[in-house]
Design a binder for this molecule. Structure first.
Ligand code: SF4
Length: 296
């Protein structure tokens, strides 16, 4: 039986950069705080915390003074930078370049049409840290929606710009786009506000979706490794399961069940954008061990 690791899996560039900066900074032996969990993966997080990383929330952050705080790939709202300045906090800013560009774009686009009552719509999860960072970029008129039904609150008689959280579900964004265009078209020309829709889902996430469809279809059994707290992980796993019912979600080698591999000719091991390659290799090694013991 063949066990293959998905070559498109592993950290996305943004997470890879944050983790590598944290590792470098921790070498100095000085305390390093991180605003929120740097990555939605328990194993990687525990290993960084063992090296001295201290995860804090915004309430603790606002009480700190004269320390170093790492900003993760998801980015932060301007308020965080203001507090840091006031409290003499040195920020080690690892906001992903793509997220930073999106923040800037929202600010610029809003400034252009704020006087016309511009409304900004973000397709994303309200409680996601990236979305909280995006929300803080403009003072008002922002809607965070997770499905097309929530567009009903938006006034399409005024200018509307729609963007996506970088890890948002592409199919869901398409439905939101279609519904927004439909609502806009239903308004008479002279009353309709300009509508612009920007698919800002990260290219890495988009490519992962199509690569996963192919990968999960090419194996008898798929083992998907992720932390249950990763929204990207849940979403990518759903793609695998829709395409291959013999897909299993695990957090690490300890969750593997020998019965899954009894009749399999090939097993594919893959994961979320927050799953490190070393963990996928560990899982693949354990599957090989299980299968060899079944053949003895
Ligand atoms: S998914 Fe894309 S945009 Fe989001 S942190 Fe990773 S590389 Fe950056």
């Amino acid at each position: 039986m063949q066990v293959s690791i998905d070559h498109t899996a592993g950290f996305c560039k943004g997470v890879e950069y944050s983790v590598s900066v944290a590792e470098d900074e921790l070498k100095s032996g000085q305390p390093l705080y991180c605003l929120g969990e740097i990555i939605h993966n328990r194993q990687v997080l525990n290993s960084l915390c063992d090296k001295g990383l201290i995860i804090i929330d915004h309430a603790v952050f606002s009480q700190l003074k004269d320390v170093r705080v790492l900003i993760r790939a998801h980015g932060e709202p301007p308020e965080t930078y203001r507090i840091a300045k006031e409290n003499n906090i040195t920020l080690i800013d690892t906001t992903c370049r793509i997220v930073r560009t999106l923040q800037q774009r929202i600010r610029d686009d809003y400034a252009e049409s704020a006087l016309q009552g511009m409304q900004v719509v973000i397709a994303g999860r309200k409680d996601h840290p990236e979305v909280k960072g995006l929300r803080g970029q403009i003072p008002q008129n922002m809607f965070i929606i997770s499905c097309e039904d929530e567009l009903e609150d938006v006034d399409f008689r005024k200018p509307v710009r729609i963007y996506a959280q970088t890890t948002f579900n592409v199919a869901c964004f398409r439905s939101i786009k279609a519904r927004a265009e439909e609502i806009s078209r239903s308004i008479p020309d002279e009353e309709r506000g300009p509508l612009m829709i920007h698919n800002t889902v990260c290219g890495q996430v988009r490519r992962r979706e199509s690569a996963l469809v192919e990968f999960s279809g090419n194996h008898h059994v798929v083992v998907f490794v992720s932390d249950p707290s990763s929204s990207n992980g849940k979403f990518l796993f759903d793609i695998c399961r829709a395409n291959n019912p013999s897909s299993h979600f695990i957090t690490g080698p300890g969750d593997l069940q020998p019965g899954w591999f009894a009749d399999a000719q090939s097993v594919g091991v893959t994961g979320a954008t927050s799953t490190p390659l070393w963990l996928l290799q560990k899982v693949a090694g354990k599957i090989t061990e299980i299968v060899s013991s079944q053949q003895d």
